[in-house]
Design a protein around this ligand. Structure first.
Ligand SMILES: [Zn+2]
Ligand SMILES: [Zn+2]
Length: 261
Protein backbone atom coordinates (compact mmCIF):
# COMPACT_ATOMS: atom_id res chain seq x y z
CA UNK A 1 0.00 0.00 0.00
CA UNK A 2 1.48 3.36 -0.97
CA UNK A 3 0.37 6.90 -1.77
CA UNK A 4 1.63 9.08 -4.62
CA UNK A 5 1.42 12.79 -3.90
CA UNK A 6 0.30 14.73 -6.98
CA UNK A 7 -0.24 18.04 -5.20
CA UNK A 8 0.62 19.12 -1.66
CA UNK A 9 -0.06 22.86 -1.76
CA UNK A 10 -2.86 25.00 -0.35
CA UNK A 11 -5.13 27.24 -2.43
CA UNK A 12 -2.69 28.46 -5.11
CA UNK A 13 -0.92 26.17 -7.62
CA UNK A 14 2.41 27.99 -7.48
CA UNK A 15 6.04 27.19 -6.69
CA UNK A 16 7.00 23.55 -6.18
CA UNK A 17 3.55 22.55 -4.97
CA UNK A 18 0.38 22.06 -6.97
CA UNK A 19 -3.03 21.85 -5.24
CA UNK A 20 -4.50 18.80 -3.54
CA UNK A 21 -4.56 15.44 -5.26
CA UNK A 22 -3.10 12.03 -4.46
CA UNK A 23 -3.42 8.45 -5.63
CA UNK A 24 -3.56 5.66 -3.07
CA UNK A 25 -2.52 2.23 -4.34
CA UNK A 26 -3.87 -0.75 -2.41
CA UNK A 27 -2.51 -3.96 -3.91
CA UNK A 28 -2.88 -2.59 -7.45
CA UNK A 29 -6.27 -0.94 -6.86
CA UNK A 30 -5.92 2.82 -7.40
CA UNK A 31 -7.96 5.46 -5.62
CA UNK A 32 -7.84 9.17 -6.55
CA UNK A 33 -8.26 11.43 -3.52
CA UNK A 34 -9.15 15.04 -4.40
CA UNK A 35 -8.74 16.43 -7.87
CA UNK A 36 -7.39 19.96 -8.11
CA UNK A 37 -6.68 21.73 -11.39
CA UNK A 38 -3.96 19.93 -13.44
CA UNK A 39 -4.41 16.61 -11.64
CA UNK A 40 -4.58 14.80 -14.98
CA UNK A 41 -1.17 16.25 -15.94
CA UNK A 42 0.28 15.02 -12.67
CA UNK A 43 -1.25 11.57 -13.18
CA UNK A 44 0.52 11.33 -16.54
CA UNK A 45 3.77 12.77 -15.19
CA UNK A 46 3.82 10.09 -12.49
CA UNK A 47 3.08 7.30 -15.03
CA UNK A 48 -0.21 6.39 -13.36
CA UNK A 49 -2.61 5.21 -16.00
CA UNK A 50 -5.60 7.56 -16.16
CA UNK A 51 -8.02 4.84 -17.25
CA UNK A 52 -6.96 2.61 -14.36
CA UNK A 53 -8.72 5.04 -12.02
CA UNK A 54 -12.29 3.94 -11.42
CA UNK A 55 -12.81 5.37 -7.93
CA UNK A 56 -12.57 9.06 -7.01
CA UNK A 57 -13.27 10.61 -3.61
CA UNK A 58 -13.50 14.40 -3.15
CA UNK A 59 -13.21 15.96 0.30
CA UNK A 60 -15.00 19.24 -0.53
CA UNK A 61 -15.86 21.49 -3.42
CA UNK A 62 -13.28 24.26 -2.97
CA UNK A 63 -11.46 24.72 -6.26
CA UNK A 64 -8.10 23.58 -4.93
CA UNK A 65 -9.64 20.12 -4.34
CA UNK A 66 -12.23 19.84 -7.11
CA UNK A 67 -11.62 22.01 -10.21
CA UNK A 68 -9.65 19.31 -12.01
CA UNK A 69 -12.57 16.89 -12.12
CA UNK A 70 -14.48 18.07 -15.26
CA UNK A 71 -11.26 18.09 -17.29
CA UNK A 72 -10.20 14.69 -16.02
CA UNK A 73 -13.58 13.11 -16.83
CA UNK A 74 -13.56 14.77 -20.27
CA UNK A 75 -10.11 13.34 -21.06
CA UNK A 76 -11.21 9.88 -19.92
CA UNK A 77 -14.08 10.13 -22.40
CA UNK A 78 -11.91 11.43 -25.26
CA UNK A 79 -9.53 8.51 -24.68
CA UNK A 80 -12.39 6.09 -25.25
CA UNK A 81 -13.43 5.07 -21.77
CA UNK A 82 -16.55 2.91 -21.46
CA UNK A 83 -15.93 1.52 -17.95
CA UNK A 84 -17.92 3.15 -15.11
CA UNK A 85 -16.39 5.55 -12.58
CA UNK A 86 -17.49 5.80 -8.95
CA UNK A 87 -17.33 9.31 -7.46
CA UNK A 88 -18.01 10.14 -3.81
CA UNK A 89 -18.22 13.88 -3.12
CA UNK A 90 -20.24 16.34 -1.04
CA UNK A 91 -23.75 17.10 -2.31
CA UNK A 92 -23.64 19.55 -5.20
CA UNK A 93 -20.71 17.97 -7.03
CA UNK A 94 -22.95 16.02 -9.34
CA UNK A 95 -24.91 19.13 -10.30
CA UNK A 96 -21.71 21.07 -11.00
CA UNK A 97 -20.34 18.31 -13.24
CA UNK A 98 -23.61 17.61 -15.07
CA UNK A 99 -24.31 21.35 -15.59
CA UNK A 100 -20.77 21.93 -16.84
CA UNK A 101 -21.08 19.17 -19.42
CA UNK A 102 -24.59 20.22 -20.42
CA UNK A 103 -23.87 23.93 -20.87
CA UNK A 104 -20.54 23.46 -22.61
CA UNK A 105 -21.75 20.83 -25.06
CA UNK A 106 -19.25 18.28 -23.79
CA UNK A 107 -20.15 14.70 -23.16
CA UNK A 108 -19.14 11.77 -21.00
CA UNK A 109 -19.79 8.43 -22.66
CA UNK A 110 -19.34 6.19 -19.62
CA UNK A 111 -21.54 5.72 -16.54
CA UNK A 112 -20.78 7.71 -13.39
CA UNK A 113 -21.98 6.21 -10.15
CA UNK A 114 -22.38 9.04 -7.62
CA UNK A 115 -22.31 8.89 -3.84
CA UNK A 116 -23.23 12.38 -2.67
CA UNK A 117 -22.25 12.84 0.95
CA UNK A 118 -24.66 14.92 3.00
CA UNK A 119 -24.34 14.23 6.71
CA UNK A 120 -23.08 16.39 9.56
CA UNK A 121 -22.15 13.84 12.19
CA UNK A 122 -20.96 10.30 12.61
CA UNK A 123 -19.23 8.12 10.06
CA UNK A 124 -20.55 6.42 6.93
CA UNK A 125 -19.15 3.57 4.88
CA UNK A 126 -19.13 5.01 1.37
CA UNK A 127 -17.31 2.28 -0.54
CA UNK A 128 -16.56 -1.42 -0.27
CA UNK A 129 -14.27 -3.32 -2.58
CA UNK A 130 -12.34 -6.56 -2.43
CA UNK A 131 -9.16 -4.51 -1.75
CA UNK A 132 -10.38 -1.85 0.70
CA UNK A 133 -13.21 -0.11 2.49
CA UNK A 134 -13.66 3.67 2.74
CA UNK A 135 -15.35 5.41 5.66
CA UNK A 136 -16.16 9.13 5.56
CA UNK A 137 -16.76 11.54 8.44
CA UNK A 138 -17.51 15.29 8.51
CA UNK A 139 -14.80 17.89 9.08
CA UNK A 140 -15.17 21.45 10.35
CA UNK A 141 -14.50 23.73 7.36
CA UNK A 142 -16.20 26.72 5.69
CA UNK A 143 -18.15 24.42 3.32
CA UNK A 144 -19.31 20.79 3.77
CA UNK A 145 -16.13 18.73 3.93
CA UNK A 146 -15.32 15.09 4.72
CA UNK A 147 -12.32 13.17 5.97
CA UNK A 148 -11.68 9.61 4.83
CA UNK A 149 -10.29 6.48 6.40
CA UNK A 150 -9.27 3.78 3.94
CA UNK A 151 -8.70 0.30 5.33
CA UNK A 152 -7.13 -2.51 3.39
CA UNK A 153 -8.92 -5.86 3.19
CA UNK A 154 -6.03 -8.25 3.87
CA UNK A 155 -6.01 -11.63 2.13
CA UNK A 156 -4.29 -13.51 4.92
CA UNK A 157 -4.36 -13.16 8.71
CA UNK A 158 -2.04 -10.13 9.00
CA UNK A 159 -3.30 -6.83 10.43
CA UNK A 160 -4.85 -4.57 7.74
CA UNK A 161 -3.04 -1.36 6.80
CA UNK A 162 -4.93 1.91 7.05
CA UNK A 163 -4.64 5.44 5.70
CA UNK A 164 -6.59 8.55 6.69
CA UNK A 165 -6.89 11.90 4.90
CA UNK A 166 -8.31 15.09 6.45
CA UNK A 167 -8.15 18.22 4.31
CA UNK A 168 -9.26 20.97 5.11
CA UNK A 169 -10.37 21.31 8.73
CA UNK A 170 -10.33 23.43 11.85
CA UNK A 171 -8.83 21.89 15.00
CA UNK A 172 -11.41 19.55 16.54
CA UNK A 173 -10.54 16.73 18.93
CA UNK A 174 -13.72 14.89 17.94
CA UNK A 175 -11.75 13.84 14.86
CA UNK A 176 -9.60 11.56 17.01
CA UNK A 177 -12.23 8.81 17.22
CA UNK A 178 -12.12 8.39 13.43
CA UNK A 179 -8.33 8.32 13.27
CA UNK A 180 -7.44 5.88 16.08
CA UNK A 181 -4.29 3.87 15.44
CA UNK A 182 -4.14 4.70 11.72
CA UNK A 183 -0.87 3.64 10.05
CA UNK A 184 -0.43 6.80 7.98
CA UNK A 185 -2.36 9.94 8.83
CA UNK A 186 -2.38 12.70 6.21
CA UNK A 187 -3.47 16.02 7.70
CA UNK A 188 -3.61 19.47 6.26
CA UNK A 189 -1.11 21.95 7.65
CA UNK A 190 -1.85 25.31 6.08
CA UNK A 191 -0.20 27.46 8.74
CA UNK A 192 2.70 27.51 11.19
CA UNK A 193 1.89 27.96 14.87
CA UNK A 194 2.32 31.76 14.79
CA UNK A 195 -0.83 31.98 12.64
CA UNK A 196 -3.13 30.03 14.96
CA UNK A 197 -5.67 32.90 14.90
CA UNK A 198 -5.78 32.81 11.07
CA UNK A 199 -6.08 29.03 11.10
CA UNK A 200 -9.09 29.29 13.44
CA UNK A 201 -10.68 32.05 11.37
CA UNK A 202 -10.24 30.21 8.04
CA UNK A 203 -10.88 26.74 9.51
CA UNK A 204 -7.49 25.21 8.89
CA UNK A 205 -4.83 23.52 11.04
CA UNK A 206 -1.45 24.70 12.22
CA UNK A 207 1.55 22.35 12.23
CA UNK A 208 1.38 22.01 16.01
CA UNK A 209 -2.34 21.20 15.93
CA UNK A 210 -1.81 18.55 13.26
CA UNK A 211 0.93 16.98 15.39
CA UNK A 212 -1.32 17.03 18.46
CA UNK A 213 -4.17 15.29 16.60
CA UNK A 214 -1.75 12.59 15.37
CA UNK A 215 -0.53 12.02 18.93
CA UNK A 216 -4.03 11.91 20.42
CA UNK A 217 -5.14 9.46 17.71
CA UNK A 218 -2.16 7.16 18.28
CA UNK A 219 -1.27 7.36 14.57
CA UNK A 220 1.95 5.61 13.48
CA UNK A 221 3.12 8.34 11.07
CA UNK A 222 1.95 11.85 10.17
CA UNK A 223 2.14 13.23 6.65
CA UNK A 224 1.56 16.98 6.40
CA UNK A 225 0.02 18.38 3.24
CA UNK A 226 -1.92 21.47 1.99
CA UNK A 227 1.12 23.63 2.67
CA UNK A 228 0.66 27.37 2.14
CA UNK A 229 2.81 28.97 -0.58
CA UNK A 230 4.30 31.22 2.12
CA UNK A 231 6.47 28.26 3.25
CA UNK A 232 9.28 27.56 0.78
CA UNK A 233 11.21 25.37 3.24
CA UNK A 234 10.18 22.55 5.57
CA UNK A 235 10.84 24.81 8.56
CA UNK A 236 9.23 25.90 10.78
CA UNK A 237 6.36 23.50 9.99
CA UNK A 238 8.29 20.29 10.51
CA UNK A 239 9.80 21.27 13.89
CA UNK A 240 6.46 22.51 15.16
CA UNK A 241 4.70 19.27 14.18
CA UNK A 242 7.54 17.14 15.62
CA UNK A 243 7.36 19.00 18.94
CA UNK A 244 3.94 17.32 19.31
CA UNK A 245 4.48 14.12 17.31
CA UNK A 246 7.99 12.95 16.42
CA UNK A 247 7.15 10.78 13.42
CA UNK A 248 5.97 13.68 11.22
CA UNK A 249 7.09 14.61 7.74
CA UNK A 250 6.05 16.97 4.96
CA UNK A 251 4.54 15.80 1.68
CA UNK A 252 6.31 16.79 -1.55
CA UNK A 253 4.79 16.67 -5.03
CA UNK A 254 5.57 13.66 -7.22
CA UNK A 255 6.81 11.47 -4.38
CA UNK A 256 5.61 8.07 -3.25
CA UNK A 257 5.20 7.06 0.39
CA UNK A 258 4.98 3.47 1.51
CA UNK A 259 2.39 2.67 4.20
CA UNK A 260 3.70 0.12 6.70
CA UNK A 261 3.03 -1.22 10.14
ZN1 LIG B 1 -7.84 23.57 0.32
ZN1 LIG C 1 -11.00 24.24 1.60
Amino acid sequence: MFVTILGSGAALPIGARRCSAQVLNIGGFRLLIDCAEATQDRIRYNHLKLQSLSTIIISHLHGDHFFGLPGLLSTMHLCGRTEPVFIAAPRGARQVIETTFELTGNHVGFPIEWYEMDFTEGEQRIFEHKRCTIDAFPLDHSVPDYGFRITEVPHNDRQPLSYAYCCDTAYDERLVEHLCGVDLLCLECTFSNEFEHLAAERKHLTAGQAGRLARLAGAKQLLLTHISARYREDEPLISQARAEFENSFLAADNTRIEIKK
